[in-house]
Design a binder for this molecule. Structure first.
Ligand code: COA
Length: 128
């Protein structure tokens, strides 16, 4: 199985290993949670405690990457991964979880809304 960042591909164990190694190298507080079905890796989410040195917003845990294998989407794995991130935040006294998605990724945005997220920021881009 080859690692891939493409949504919908089977999550590769190598990709999770790389992410875990990257987390271990960083001096930041973060976590990688995995979803398994019958011993097979079917999804993961990575998250970090955001460093806001100016304390302009409430402390937050940011979700970095989240994917569930296409074959098991819509069966609750995403919800359980998000619950794990929320528990991770609460354990640190942090009351906010954020996630960024491509605006074009309508299914992910819809899923996040169903999971209790609401629009909080608008990010804009242009050609350089
Ligand atoms: C987004 C993603 C992680 C959700 O995982 P999942 O396992 O399918 O989520 P769940 O089955 O736990 O569903 C959670 C909620 O979202 C809803 N939902 C899921 N997909 C949805 C969709 N396409 N449209 C509307 N609602 C959706 C579910 O109905 C559920 O709500 P409910 O409990 O009220 O019924 C998964 O679709 C995915 O991996 N997508 C591709 C990768 C990606 O885009 N990641 C996000 C990058 S920011």
């Amino acid at each position: 199985m080859r690692p891939s960042r493409s949504p919908g591909n089977v999550v590769a164990a190598e990709q999770v290993d790389r992410t875990e190694a990257s987390l271990a190298r960083r001096p930041r507080d973060g976590a990688l949670f995995v979803a398994e079905r019958q011993g097979q890796l079917v999804g993961f989410v990575t998250c970090f405690v955001a460093e806001d040195h100016f304390e302009l917003v409430r402390p937050e845990v940011q979700i970095r990457d989240m994917v569930v294998t296409r074959a098991v989407r819509g069966q609750g794995a995403g919800r359980r991964l998000i619950e794990a991130v929320r528990a991770f935040a609460r354990a640190r006294g942090i009351g906010r979880v954020t996630v960024t998605a491509l605006a074009a990724n309508e299914s992910a945005v819809a899923a996040y809304h169903a999971l209790g997220f609401r629009l909080a920021f608008v990010a804009l881009e242009s050609e350089a």
